[in-house]
Design a protein around this ligand. Structure first.
Ligand SMILES: Nc1ncnc2c1ncn2[C@@H]1O[C@H](COP(=O)(O)OP(=O)(O)OP(=O)(O)O)[C@@H](O)[C@H]1O
Ligand SMILES: [Mg+2]
Length: 460
């Protein structure tokens, strides 16, 4: 061929093929670099031709075919492919350069792959949920923690709109605001059927390669933290309320007596003042005991305890109260129960509370009965306190061990209760690594079963 003239058909074909592959690559993610290289190759080819290098038709054609094939393999993702031409071939230096570029690309792709794997591992192992939203609020990435926090059972939420997957307009509106105004927003989310679960979502804007702003949402389960805060607030409110009533009564009677110290009712008023003072003292004592148990600062005298002897002592103390209420307080504890390892004072307090409750919540003519159970391997024994009393509604059963919780507040208060007895019971049992079961039916009675260990060291 006479150089410097027109492009020969094969050269045109080669340049066109390279340009076509480059065009295809342009549309692939991260394909712009490869496309650029191909376009450069096509450009150099054309230039070489125009510069008039003399090449043998057959050699050139064969080299171009090789170059084309290699480029096609790169285009299909095989970055290991290399092109090797004859050293004499004028396109050899070009092939050499292309191989070098392929090597760099291969390493970059590998690094990118490693970065991606690392990111996926981090995201998968995070306790916090992460969701990345593209422009238009479609989900572009979501980790496993977010799937479980938002209870998403859709196997493939990627690409779906937020409302299709989380179905919460509040969250949608917060996301829309973030992508519209570029601000960071914190928003709580709870499943419709359970508002005890609280997921705190922090949503921040992120720049997207195309379109407007996207958003990244970081979700954290704050349910227990919120519950603790709520309990603390309830606790302060409850203590204040419990103290307010006796204080008001004491203040009222004291003022009346100050106005007229010779009043006929003076002895009765003093009696009421004394009762309310006692109530407050008991409340403060119970609160202090609970607090010491919670902070493990209560001295515990660990020793072997004979529960039959201990409970008989407690029963004797309460017999008069049961009799006064017209109740039969019976016991079927065997003379020789396996010993349990624990603190006798705390265990007395535990059974005193349970038996006193059984008496308190059983109307006249009813009965309270104490017996025992032993588990098959003899490692635990249980003391069962049954009454034929008013029973506990099923919706209250899970709450009766909470501080100040009373099914019937007025009735409990009238009989001098503070609502702390079962909270103390629960703590004493926890301290002994035991457990308690409750069965109850309204109008029929209740059954409290306390399991304690018969092995030394289990209690500590
Ligand atoms: N044997 C029982 N039968 C029926 N209700 C019971 C029984 N034991 C407990 N309860 C219910 O559980 C609530 C909590 O009991 P808890 O012993 O903690 O408080 P309390 O008896 O009201 O006051 P106190 O602090 O003086 O014991 C009671 O108010 C009562 O409603
Ligand atoms: Mg009680």
């Amino acid at each position: 061929m006479k150089s410097g003239g027109r492009l020969r058909p094969y050269a045109i074909l080669a340049v066109l093929s390279l340009a076509t592959v480059a065009n295809f690559l342009m549309r692939l993610p991260h394909g712009q670099v490869e496309a650029g290289i191909l376009l450069a190759v096509a450009w150099i080819l054309a230039l070489n031709h125009w510069r008039g290098r003399r090449l043998s038709d057959a050699l050139l054609q064969e080299s171009i075919v090789q170059l084309k094939e290699t480029v096609s393999r790169w285009a299909s993702g095989d970055l290991e492919a290399r092109v090797y031409l004859d050293q004499e071939d004028p396109l050899d230096s070009l092939a050499h350069g292309m191989n070098g570029v392929a090597e760099v690309l291969r390493e970059r792709t590998r690094d990118l792959g490693e970065d991606k794997d690392r990111l996926e591992t981090i995201l998968a192992s995070m306790a916090n949920g992460i969701i990345i939203f593209g422009h238009g609020l479609g989900i572009s990435l979501i980790n496993q923690a977010a799937m479980s926090l938002f209870m998403i059972d859709e196997p493939n939420p990627q690409g779906r709109h937020v409302l299709e997957i989380i179905r919460d307009t509040g969250l949608h509106d917060a996301l829309a605001r973030v992508t519209r105004e570029g601000v960071t927003v914190t928003q709580d989310w709870s499943p419709v059927e359970d508002d005890n679960v609280v997921i705190e979502c922090t949503i921040a804007p992120i720049n997207q390669p195309v379109g407007g702003l996207g958003a990244v949402l970081v979700a954290r389960d704050v349910s227990s933290q919120r519950q603790v805060n709520r309990l603390r607030q309830d606790f302060v409110a409850n203590v204040s309320h419990e103290l307010q009533t006796p204080l008001t009564i004491i203040k009222g009677f004291t003022e009346t007596l100050m106005d007229d110290p010779q009043l006929d009712m003076t002895p009765r008023f003093l009696e009421l003042i004394y009762e309310e003072t006692n109530r407050m003292t008991r409340l403060v004592d119970d609160l202090l005991a609970l607090s010491r148990m919670e902070h493990h600062s209560l001295p515990v005298r660990w020793q072997w305890v004979d529960l039959t002897v201990l409970i008989e002592g407690t029963r004797t103390k309460l017999l008069a109260r049961a009799k006064k209420q017209g109740l039969d307080l019976g016991s079927q504890l065997p003379a020789h129960l396996p010993l349990v390892f624990g603190d006798p004072d705390l265990l007395s307090e535990l059974f005193l509370n349970l038996i006193a409750n059984a008496i308190q919540y059983t109307p006249q003519g009813g009965e309270v009965n104490i017996d025992s159970l032993v588990d098959p391997d003899g490692e635990m024994i249980a003391i069962r306190i049954r009454d034929s009393g008013i029973g506990i509604p099923s919706q209250d059963l899970s709450r009766i061990f909470e501080r100040f919780y009373r099914v019937d507040r007025a009735r409990s208060r009238a009989s001098g209760g503070t609502g702390l007895g079962l909270a103390i019971v629960k703590h004493i049992i926890e301290l002994h690594h035991g457990r308690i079961q409750v069965k109850s039916a309204v109008g029929q009675g209740s059954e409290f079963i306390v399991w304690l260990s018969t092995r030394e060291g289990r209690g500590r």
